[in-house]
Design a protein around this ligand. Structure first.
Ligand code: COA
Length: 110
């Protein structure tokens, strides 16, 4: 198949919520975002994001992150961006999601 643009390629990629393993992942499970629940389940701490090297730079990590942030917002969870991809790349590039982040002031109480 011909190479398609990153956006088209990732929009076609289905992201699955794996509640048991606390992950959002591709159907083949090769790319994933992992989280821990804190504060009685009200806080989603995103600890790691991984995309296989052959698929990097196409926006797949961004696609996984949107799924996780949408889930957090729908379930009234706040997000701690422990993973550097989330804190240094995804949120700065998508500042609307800052409203879902856990307040720094409350962080020390966890
Ligand atoms: N921390 C912060 N940002 C990172 C990063 C990291 N470790 N690695 C890459 N990025 C940024 C790059 O600046 C890149 O920017 P560019 O598009 O201007 O080149 C951007 O992520 C690419 O975004 P996207 O296409 O959505 O990401 P991806 O699908 O290529 O996946 C990672 C990004 C980080 C998940 C992937 O490179 C990976 O699995 N790396 C190894 C594991 C890792 O370091 N995870 C992050 C820490 S938990």
């Amino acid at each position: 198949m011909a190479t398609v643009s990153g956006v088209a390629a990732t929009e076609a990629t289905k992201i699955v919520w794996n509640e048991r393993d606390k992950r959002f992942e591709t159907e083949d499970k090769k790319a994933y975002l992992e989280y821990e629940l804190r504060n009685g389940g009200k806080v989603m701490d995103i600890t790691h994001t991984f995309v296989p090297s052959s698929k990097r730079g196409l926006g797949l990590a961004s696609h996984l992150s949107v799924a996780a942030f949408n889930h957090a917002q729908s379930n009234k969870l706040s997000v701690i961006p422990t993973c550097s991809y989330i804190s240094d790349t995804f949120v700065p590039r998508n500042p609307a999601w800052k409203s879902v982040l856990f307040s720094e002031d409350l962080k020390s109480s966890i």
